[in-house]
Design a protein around this ligand. Structure first.
Ligand code: OOB
Length: 542
């Protein structure tokens, strides 16, 4: 049975096919084509390992065949959590090849997030990494078992045990079975939403829609077989995976170099050692790279830097060519679909002050007055709504939230405030969704507030963003409590719930009451102003 999801309406699906966006090929198309045409070309470099396209294709076919021999196949789901490594790419393609739809969790996700994915997807398969705290002992799996949602098959990368991922990647001794991917307009895998709700939402992505965004991204960014790309942000993130990312590089036949993270010392070293010409970073990491380059010189031979995921100050943007000696390309995208790029060759003003324009001529963009929902003229800020050939039509099994995030015409309301120029370029100027963007990592306020309210002393809680020099934004939890509670105790309370560490509030503040809107919701705008005032007064005293 195909996985149920909100489909594109038939008239638009027909248009997307007619215009050549949807080509009815599986997402494994690029890897298979490269493995056939240029089997010995290097696809992935990780540490001392240099893996060819033929190797990646063969290892993923081995895993797909072994999984199918265990009875898994189309209709099944998987939860995968791997760090940046060659196996990430192999496993992703293996599951697509077998027709198993995975969600790729971010490596920093902990028990709370992982349990939510398992609970929502009911996967037959869980692939994790032995070095992750979740698999240090049996507690996580026992908890899943107790909840009646333990996947039948659990495979771990690394660790000493037999039956680990390495064994699953070995040759089967039999010829590879023909692939059994899901149909191209069915769910291929799930992306993770940055979210603004209590539970992290899953985004169904079809082969057709995702493959189009990858091909078009690779073309816009001018990728070639010579491209050598530094994968320094989490591989699972939409930016790193497809904008143009790992899969864009595969489409072009280039090489992906895995880095454990965006830290500049290791990054510059990899760039020099592997002659990397393209990298993708969030703005907070760009700041670190700029500081490092000021002392140690520009990373050579880096030619272009893609920057996205969070707002990027024009002054900082202008320093990229100056200090890193690389061309800048801004990227404003979302796991739900829409991706905008500044184009190579754009004027400096456009490259530094906008977040680009949409990939597709058929990306329909609306900029709406947040109060009355009516379109605002170009040049005026408004809420972004989008529909197009690679933007999803609904979150997985979330009718309530879908009714808010998607309108009757199928437009996704991203919660971003943007200004559209007459030429279609967008500038992100703010946000109306209840989310903190902490250096590109998204935190849904509601999720943290609900967890804080489970603390016996807490009566009210609000998570808000405050400006931060290093991360762009930091998170501040404002609480109303029956007694004073130490921040360390509150952090322990949240951490004990299994929350990813980047979601732990950077600061806690205690107030006697929270300002409320007329209908009794926390008035976060006034709350932010209040904190600002308090900070000001404290600053004046010291
Ligand atoms: C990317 O995807 P997500 O799903 O983690 O986050 C999407 C949200 C956007 O709605 C916007 O609020 C923010 O992240 N964002 C930006 C931005 N790029 C993303 N805000 C300001 N300036 C930018 N350049 O973050 C993502 C997905 C694909 C490509 C690039 C980023």
């Amino acid at each position: 049975m195909p996985i149920a999801y909100t489909r594109f309406p038939p008239d638009l699906a027909a248009r997307y096919r007619a215009r050549g966006y949807w080509i009815d090929q599986p997402l494994t198309r690029a890897l298979d084509a490269q493995a056939a045409a240029r089997p010995e070309a290097i696809a992935v470099i990780e540490g001392a390992d240099q893996l060819t396209y033929a190797h990646i294709a063969q290892a993923s076919a081995n895993l797909a065949d072994r999984l199918r021999a265990r009875g898994l196949g189309p209709g099944d789901r998987a939860v995968v959590q791997l760090p940046n490594c060659a196996e990430f790419v192999i496993v992703f393609h293996a599951l697509l090849r077998a027709g198993i739809a995975p969600v790729n969790a971010i490596f920093t996700h902990r028990q709370l997030e992982m349990t939510s994915y398992v609970d929502q997807l009911r996967p037959a398969l869980l692939i994790g990494d032995a070095s992750h705290e979740l698999f240090a002992d049996a507690r996580f799996l026992i908890a899943l078992e107790a909840g009646g949602i333990r996947p039948d098959l659990v495979i771990l990368r690394g660790g000493a045990q037999t039956g680990g991922l390495d064994d699953w990647l070995r040759p089967t001794g039999r010829p590879a079975q023909p692939p059994t991917p899901t149909a191209a307009d069915e769910v291929a895998f799930f992306q993770l939403s940055g979210g603004s709700t209590g539970t992290p939402k899953l985004i169904p992505r079809t082969h057709n829609d995702y493959d189009y965004s990858i091909r078009a991204s690779a073309e816009i960014c001018g990728l070639t077989p010579e491209t050598r790309f530094l994968c320094a942000l989490p591989a699972a993130h939409n930016f790193t995976l497809s904008s143009p990312g790992i899969l864009g590089v595969f489409h072009a036949g280039g090489t992906v170099v895995m880095a454990p993270g965006p830290e500049p010392v290791a990054g510059f070293d990899l760039i020099a050692r592997h002659r990397i010409d393209l990298a993708a970073l969030v703005p907070s990491a760009v700041q670190l790279w700029l500081s490092h380059a000021e002392v140690h010189g520009a990373p050579r031979p880096l030619r272009r830097l893609l920057v996205g995921g969070a707002s990027f100050a024009p002054a900082l943007a202008a320093r990229v060519p100056e200090v890193l000696r690389a061309d800048l390309q801004q990227v404003f995208g979302m796991a739900e679909g829409l991706v905008n790029y500044t184009r190579p060759g754009d004027e400096a003003e456009t490259t530094f002050t906008t977040q680009g324009r949409p990939i597709s001529p058929d990306d329909e963009i609306r900029v709406l007055d947040p109060e009355d929902g009516r379109p605002v003229p170009d040049g005026q800020p408004g809420a972004l709504a989008v529909r197009g050939p690679y933007t999803c039509r609904g979150y997985y099994q979330s009718p309530g939230h879908n009714a808010q995030a998607f309108d009757a015409e199928g437009f996704y309301h991203s919660g971003d405030l943007v200004v559209r120029r007459a030429d279609g370029y967008l500038r992100v100027v703010g946000r109306i969704k209840d989310q903190i963007n902490r250096g590109g990592e998204k935190i849904a306020a509601e999720e943290i507030e609900a967890l804080l309210l489970r603390h016996p002393a807490i009566r009210q809680a609000a998570l808000i963003a405050r400006p931060d020099a290093a991360m762009g934004e930091r998170s501040v939890a404002v609480i109303v409590s029956t007694e004073a509670v130490k921040p360390s105790a509150l952090r322990r309370h949240l951490s004990a719930a299994g929350l990813a560490r980047y979601k732990l509030p950077d600061q806690f503040r205690r107030l006697d009451s929270l300002p409320l809107t007329p209908i009794g919701k926390t008035d976060k705008r006034r709350l932010r102003a209040l904190l600002e005032e308090q900070d000001h007064e404290e600053g004046a005293l010291t």
